[in-house]
Design a binder for this molecule. Structure first.
Ligand SMILES: [Zn+2]
Length: 349
């Protein structure tokens, strides 16, 4: 009998226990999911707040990509705000963090490109080089990588490697004529063994081939072979190097040659070195000549700007490669009349 009692279960009790159990479980699951959702929302709000304040951290970007499935392009666009603010290190951290989570090959290449160009902009040439070399290993026709690598080798003065890159771009049907001449000129200029005469000779040969290296040749001649400069001055486009001529030392000027060159004659009259002309068609020169004639201390001077013929940006100092668009020897000098520095010293009188 005892056995029967022990084995006896009220079926209703069983059913109630069963449903109670289901209820408890589903209640717990529901509460847990509510808690989870609340937590996620809180995190999301925090993230949003940081985004509004522009204070997203590197891991937030990974979070946005992985957890919130924000499209890859949007994440990259967000990270680019760091670059616009000049905070290259932050952009670099984001790209590196994302690289660990991105598996798609195309996206990976895009991220590596961004990383390479950001290192480049930040001035980390060696790191930038390593990244672009890494890209070229699996994508040897990546022109973005090749073009950056060319400039990096140029900056690192590794001209042989730069020339190899030019040849690769050549094979991709890119017009590399100007790049070739330019790198050849830099190779000659930086050759530690060539004599001064040999360098002048080889630079002249290059110049005959392509006039684009004119300024490099002139700069070299004025530093190491002034005689050759003045002998050949009439074949150069002097207007293009007006800034160099303006700041030339008095003792380095061959005034016999100047007397026979109309532009230089006007320029040095304007500078006040000679007084052989009454007027100039150039407004700034004309004013300066007049001032020199009537005043003892001239309170005006010339100032120079350089306009890139490729991107049209103006730069205050000359650069053989445009810092903005990387075009080669694309600057042309423009002169403007400015107040001379004597002005401030004498204004108290
Ligand atoms: Zn430019």
């Amino acid at each position: 009998m005892d056995g029967i009692v022990l084995e006896y279960r009220d079926p209703l009790f069983g059913i109630i226990t069963f449903f109670l159990l289901i209820f408890v479980i589903s209640f717990l699951t529901y509460s847990f999911s509510l808690y989870k959702e609340k937590k996620a929302r809180k995190e999301y709000r925090k993230l949003l707040k940081r985004f509004e304040l522009g204070k997203l951290k590197e891991e937030d970007y990974v979070h946005l990509y992985k957890t919130y499935n924000l499209p890859f392009d949007s994440i990259v666009l967000l990270a680019s705000t760091f670059i616009h603010k000049g905070e290259y290190n932050k952009a670099i951290s984001v790209y590196i963090a994302l690289l660990e989570h991105v598996t798609d090959k195309v996206k990976k290449e895009e991220l590596l490109e961004l990383l390479g160009t950001t290192y480049f902009k930040g001035g980390f040439m060696q790191r930038s080089r390593d990244i672009f070399l890494k890209i070229l290993k699996f994508s040897p026709r990546n022109q973005e990588a090749l073009r950056h690598l060319l400039i990096i080798y140029e900056k690192l003065k590794e001209y042989k490697k730069a020339y190899h890159v030019i040849e690769s771009l050549d094979e991709l049907q890119q017009d590399m004529q100007k790049d070739k001449i330019y790198i050849k000129a830099l190779t000659i200029l930086n050759d530690p063994i060539l004599s001064f005469e040999k360098k002048s000779e080889e630079l002249f040969e290059l110049y005959k081939e392509n006039k684009v290296v004119e300024r490099l040749l002139i700069q070299y001649l004025l530093q190491f072979n002034k005689k050759a400069f003045w002998e050949n001055v009439n074949q150069f486009n002097i207007q293009q190097i007006i800034d160099i001529m303006w700041y030339l030392n008095f003792d380095d000027i061959d005034f016999d040659v100047v007397a026979r060159n109309r532009f230089l004659n006007e320029l040095y009259n304007a500078k006040g070195y000679i007084q052989t002309l009454e007027h100039s068609d150039d407004f700034a020169f004309d004013i300066l000549m007049l001032l020199h004639k009537h005043e003892h201390t001239v309170k005006a001077d010339l100032n120079f700007d350089f306009i890139c013929s490729s991107c049209k940006h103006t730069h205050p100092i000359f650069d053989s490669r445009c810092p903005h668009c990387h075009a080669i020897l694309s600057f042309s000098a423009q002169h403007v009349l400015t107040k001379g520095f004597n002005e401030t010293n004498q204004s108290l009188q």
